[in-house]
Structures are given as structure tokens and as C-alpha cells.
Design a protein around this ligand. Structure first.
Ligand code: ATP
Ligand code: PRP
Length: 213
């Protein structure tokens, strides 16, 4: 499709970028440089007005909320955790599928005192346990959550699971699924109004491609 006007799209780097690029390419949005090779953070595309910015997953909603990007592609895990003033979330792309789970050691240890849960999803974890009427101690980590129960830092973790390999090799088992995760298109609220003529047909085409490899 031909995009007549300016549009900045923020995409999480890593696996979402890998799965989102084919969708953008089917919309005839192709970066002029290979995102996997360049160190550039702003990528021009074959369409004069369209730019792609490649940023940390957790920063995508921030760029979109403040209008630095008109739209973005981010995981539901990141969107659930985000506490900003809001963006529109019009479309589930059905890519980067995984689950957010509560997990614990296969050999459960006796827990003395308040349950300690390690995660990078602090808000989501707090809400989850609050919904169950449980007060737990949440320990914020930035990665490799699976390590925490192994070394006795926490009793349980909240993390993402796809194949289950990471849990398994670290002696952990899932206890409960907190949420099914996929990547969503998010849109800045003002851009949705001002650039509706550009964004609406894009959403329509992306909707038709969602979940198709
Ligand atoms: P950062 O280190 O920048 O915070 P990250 O290392 O977690 O990010 P990725 O692992 O690429 O970056 O994850 C980005 C997004 O991909 C997550 O927000 C989630 O929606 C999705 N995701 C994460 N892990 C998996 C997985 N194992 N399988 C499928 N999708 C996943
Ligand atoms: C993600 C997630 C788990 C792992 C799950 O980590 O945080 O650790 O994938 O996938 P699996 O069930 O298929 O093993 P990632 O690979 O993104 O590494 P990270 O620690 O850098 O986030």
C-alpha cells in the first residue's frame, strides 16, 4: 500500500522485530537498511514518509503515548505492565506468542513467612496476587528470573514461557498461567485522529495478516 503522509512506527527490538518485519513488508514498508545489521535507530523505508524506530520493548508504549512515534508494536506483557496515560490498542498481531506464568521449583521448598516472587513484571504480579487476596513480597529483576529460585532469592517467579525449556533446565515448573501473550499494534491517541486516513487502511491490512506466517 502507498502511504501518503508522515508516519513513525516504533518496534520492539529482538524477537518482535523479527516477526513484525514480514508483516510490514507485506504492507510494502521495507527499511532501506537491514535492521539486524545496522546500528542506526531510525530507519528510513522505501516509503518517503515512513520511518521505523527500533527500541527496547519497554520503551515502545512511552514513545507512542508521547507521540514521538505514531504507532508501535509491543508485547502484551509490556502493555500490561505499562502505567502511562494510555494509547489505543486496536489490533492483536498474533506474533511472538508466549504465556506469562507463575513458576516455582519442581521440588517445592517450605516457605516461611511471606511468599517472595521475583519478576520484571512488578505491577502485573502485584495485581495478580491482589486479585487472589494474597500479599507477597515482590523482588524486581531485569532478566534471567529463572535464576532467583535456584539461588534462594525467591520462592516463585513470574516470567514468560514459550517452549518451556528455560523453566525445565532450571528445575522449575509452571504453577499457573497469568496471561496469554502476543504482540499488539498500539496507536497514539492524537495520531489516531489526525492520521486516521493513513492508519485505518494499515490496521485493516495488518488485521488480515494477523497470525499468518
Ligand atoms: P529487553 O531486554 O530489551 O527488556 P527482552 O530481552 O525481554 O527485552 P525479547 O526477549 O526479544 O526482549 O522480548 C521482547 C518481547 O517478545 C516480550 O515483550 C514478549 O512480548 C515477547 N517474548 C519474550 N520472550 C518470548 C518467548 N520466549 N517466546 C515468544 N515471545 C517472547
Ligand atoms: C524469554 C523469557 C524466558 C524464555 C522462555 O527470555 O524471559 O526466559 O524466553 O522461553 P522458552 O520457554 O522457550 O525457554 P529471552 O530468551 O528473551 O531472554 P531474556 O532473559 O534476555 O529476556
Amino acid at each position: 500500500m502507498n502511504i501518503n503522509g508522515s508516519l513513525t512506527i516504533a518496534v520492539s527490538k529482538g524477537r518482535i522485530l523479527t516477526e513484525a518485519m514480514p508483516i510490514l513488508e507485506k504492507l510494502d514498508i521495507t527499511p532501506v537498511e537491514d535492521p539486524a545489521r545496522t546500528r542506526k535507530l531510525v530507519l528510513k523505508t522505501n516509503q518517503a514518509g515512513v520511518k521505523i524506530i527500533i527500541i527496547r520493548a519497554t520503551d515502545v508504549p512511552t514513545y507512542v503515548e508521547y507521540g514521538a512515534a505514531d504507532m508501535g508494536i509491543a508485547g502484551k506483557d509490556v502493555l500490561m505492565e505499562y502505567t502511562g496515560n494510555g494509547v489505543y490498542e486496536p489490533l492483536d498481531l498474533q506474533i511472538a506468542l508466549c504465556k506469562m506464568v507463575l513458576a516455582e521449583p519442581r521440588q517445592r521448598k517450605t516457605i516461611n513467612g511471606r511468599l517472595r516472587v521475583a519478576t520484571k513484571y512488578v505491577n502485573t504480579t502485584r495485581n495478580y496476587f491482589a486479585g487472589q487476596g494474597k500479599q507477597v513480597e515482590i523482588i524486581k529483576l531485569y532478566g534471567s528470573m529463572e535464576l532467583a529460585p535456584v539461588l534462594g532469592l525467591a520462592d516463585q517467579i513470574v516470567d514468560l514461557v514459550d517452549t518451556g525449556n528455560t523453566l525445565k533446565v532450571n528445575g522449575l515448573v509452571p504453577v499457573e498461567t497469568i496471561a496469554e501473550i502476543s504482540s499488539r499494534v498500539i496507536v497514539n491517541k492524537a495520531a489516531m485522529k489526525m492520521k486516521y486516513q493513513i492508519i485505518k487502511p494499515m490496521l485493516k491490512e495488518m488485521n488480515a495478516l494477523a497470525g499468518k506466517k
